[in-house]
Design a protein around this ligand. Structure first.
Ligand SMILES: C[S@@+](CC[C@H](N)C(=O)[O-])C[C@H]1O[C@@H](n2cnc3c(N)ncnc32)[C@H](O)[C@@H]1O
Length: 277
């Protein structure tokens, strides 16, 4: 089984439904461990409440769902964008009602979950989606809900997977989540040893996280000015703009209206903004 180095040698194409489906059609799934990863297994083993709702995004062959089922969990949702894979999963789990299988885009999914498991989904997304991932996770979690799983603590020459570092994750997640654990995983599979972080983040329920779609911003200097202006709005704790200047995430103590943000951006007629729901 190939691991870490991606099975895809060049990644000019957008990482959309066709891209992922093709990986399953051609069975180039080098990320697939063939079993639940030991850190997630150990985490699941210490969970006591089997009635919680669990979501597994970018689920792939979802050995996690299989294991949760074995352990008596009965409220499991898995979602993946690749139709070929999802057809297989529907067949595999046809005799259970404990696993809800959804074919679709995680970023369009609606729901509320006590726990979300992360296993090589974050690293499969283009890095410019990371701010949106934080918003979506926060949005999908119930009060005090948690995300738990693994994040790579290394870079890659060929992507996907896209790497990252502990410092980056701290900056990305810390305003929206309480960090329960973020440490080098001691029980990773051998090819990933010392290169992944096990994490458990609890939703900061007191923080409001909103996502807005931006257009017209074309440089990082412009984002600095925009972020400074947004940071000055009463109640804003933190604001982030992604590397392609298309997503704005605002974390605040009270809801920030689209009108307030439009006013802030009005100094530059080229800029426009819309709420992402
Ligand atoms: C690297 S694979 C990991 C699969 C599985 N978690 C595992 O570890 O074996 C990434 C998965 O995310 C899915 N995916 C990518 N973008 C997605 C999106 N926007 N929404 C839902 N699934 C997505 C892909 O189809 C693929 O199955």
């Amino acid at each position: 089984m190939e691991d870490i180095t991606c099975c895809v040698k060049s990644c000019e194409k957008p990482l959309d439904q066709s891209y992922w489906d093709l990986q399953y059609q051609s069975e180039t799934t080098g990320w697939d461990l063939g079993t639940i990863s030991p850190p997630i297994k150990a985490y699941v083993d210490q969970l006591k409440d089997t009635t919680i709702s669990v979501l597994i995004p970018g689920c792939g062959n979802t050995y996690e769902a299989e294991y949760l089922l074995e352990k008596g969990f009965a409220n499991i949702t898995v979602i993946d964008i690749a139709p070929t894979l999802v057809e297989k999963l529907k067949e595999k789990f046809k005799n259970t009602t404990a696993i809800r299988i959804i074919q679709g885009d995680f970023f369009e999914h609606k729901g509320s979950y006590d726990l979300i498991l992360e296993q090589t989904f974050f690293c499969a997304l283009p890095p410019q989606m990371r701010q949106k991932y934080v918003w979506k996770m926060h949005h999908l979690l119930s009060k005090n809900g948690k995300i738990a799983g693994l994040l790579f603590n290394r870079s890659f020459e060929v992507s996907p997977p896209f790497g990252g570092s502990k410092t980056e994750y701290e900056q990305l997640f810390s305003e929206a989540f309480h960090f329960k654990i973020l440490e080098t995983s001691y029980n990773s599979v051998t090819p990933r040893a010392q290169s992944e972080l096990f994490f458990v983040f609890e939703k900061k329920s007191e923080v409001i996280v909103q996502c807005f779609a931006l257009s017209g911003i074309t440089c990082s200097n412009c984002t600095k000015t925009v972020l400074q202006k947004i940071g000055a709005i009463t109640g804003v704790i933190n604001a982030q703009i992604n590397s392609t200047f298309t997503d704005l995430i605002v974390m605040s103590t009270n809801e920030i209206s689209l009108g307030q943000l439009k006013e802030v951006l009005a100094y530059e007629p080229e800029y426009s903004i819309a709420l992402v729901d």
